[in-house]
Design a protein around this ligand. Structure first.
Ligand code: SF4
Length: 319
């Protein structure tokens, strides 16, 4: 694919929070692009900045620095009215489907609210559109007058997806959309997202805390650690030949169904906890837990580099 197919371009994005006298660098200078129709998986442990990155890209948070381009146009300086129009293109699906749905609103009104904000339909047309959206996510259209608590967790996530789809977006940030669900329904929601992508030409940023589920839905995968992107590659390349020691450790923690392979393979156990993002280690932020750390890892920040075609990593092993 060439540049004309780029839907989202993120350039040197930063999001810092002031906490007392300290600065929390939640997202610290990340750059990448997402092609039209692509799913980019973004993975990392809790506190690595992946959700903050998703929210900052959608301008739910104001960026501290950098730029986000949608179809080649910066969205950072859009005024309120322009941003409202832009929100039709860019939507979000939240992690906790129950917390993100107003318990006092019917499902019809939850989905219809998005139609109302953008004046997309009223009266009978509004009702028909809501029912169409419920069918699209495999829910019974007759249930539009029910309340969120009358649905299961998986069904509530389907309502969240229908709400995001109401405005016919091009890009959706899926923020850990399956983490709160039972394992048995996780695959159903992932399958639904894939079917909708194919049908509607959607582009996803799919955020997850481990690498096992993103493998199946992502074309490419990015790995984040303490506000930085440490590796980005096509899914197959990342899973078959991870370059960054952190990615290697995350992959080694995923159980393999074959007991023979599972018994004999090497497991990389990371030492210590994730350091405070308020006070990250000097040089490479991963060095305090990295089994391959060298003296230069403390001295300088590794450069983000295309180590192999389309395969990027930030590590002194490749600088
Ligand atoms: Fe490990 Fe050094 Fe690479 Fe960081 S730069 S991941 S500490 S080898």
């Amino acid at each position: 694919m060439d540049n004309r197919d780029t839907l989202i371009e993120v350039r040197n994005l930063k999001k810092f929070f002031s906490i007392g006298d300290n600065t929390l660098k939640a997202v610290n200078d990340i750059s990448f692009e997402i092609k039209r129709g692509e799913t980019l998986g973004v993975v990392g442990e809790s506190g690595c900045g992946k959700s903050t990155a998703g929210r900052t890209i959608l301008r739910l948070y104001d960026a501290t620095g950098g730029d986000v381009l949608f179809e080649g146009k910066s969205i950072m300086n859009l005024n309120h009215q322009e941003m409202k129009a832009m929100r039709r293109n860019m939507q979000m699906i939240f992690q906790d489907p129950y917390a993100s749905l107003n318990p006092r609103m019917t499902v019809g009104d939850i989905i219809g609210e998005a139609l109302d904000i953008h004046n997309l339909a009223s009266g009978q047309k509004r009702k028909e559109r809501i029912q169409e959206l419920l069918s699209l996510v495999s829910l019974n259209p007759e249930h539009m007058n029910r309340f969120p608590h009358e649905f299961s967790g998986g069904q509530r996530q389907r309502i969240g997806i229908a709400r995001a789809l109401a405005v016919e977006p091009k890009f959706i940030v899926c923020d850990e959309p399956i983490s709160a669900l039972d394992v048995s329904v996780q695959a159903q929601v992932v399958n639904l997202l894939e079917q909708l992508q194919e049908k509607m030409g959607l582009t996803y940023m799919f955020i997850a805390h481990d690498l096992s589920m993103v493998k199946y839905i992502s074309d490419r995968v990015a790995v984040m650690y303490l506000g930085k992107m440490v590796e980005l590659a096509e899914s197959d390349a990342l899973y078959e030949k991870p370059l960054h020691p952190y990615t290697q450790a995350l992959l080694s923690a995923i159980p393999i169904p074959d007991p023979e392979i599972e018994r004999n393979r090497e497991r990389i156990v990371l030492q210590g906890d994730v350091p405070s993002p308020m006070n990250p280690p000097s040089g490479c932020h991963f060095r305090t837990r990295c089994p391959k750390a060298m003296p230069e890892c403390a001295a300088s920040v590794p450069v983000w580099k295309e180590v192999e075609p389309g395969h990027f990593a930030a590590c002194h092993l490749y600088n």
